[in-house]
Design a protein around this ligand. Sequence first.
Ligand SMILES: [Zn+2]
Ligand SMILES: [Zn+2]
Length: 91
Amino acid sequence: MKKCYICGLETHTNKHHVYEGADKSTSDIYGFIVDLCFSCHRRVHDEQEQTLNKQLKKNVQRDFEDKLIESGLTQEEARTVWRQTTIRNYL
Ligand SMILES: [Zn+2]
Ligand SMILES: [Zn+2]
């Protein structure tokens, strides 16, 4: 049992690549993969729910930058590291 990254429910989860398409392999490299419950996973792939998908992309970028800031980087430096992933800026 794992925790769903979006709703926090402890249940059976599936791995979801946060950044897909051309960024899928980058998601693999950086570990931008989250555990999602069935219903949240369906929602992020649902065309009608693009706001949820965008919110997830934002949150994962923020987590990534926050960790760098905690380790001593400035916000600007953290953003520079983000740009190096080649994934577009969602914040
Ligand atoms: Zn969920
Ligand atoms: Zn998925």
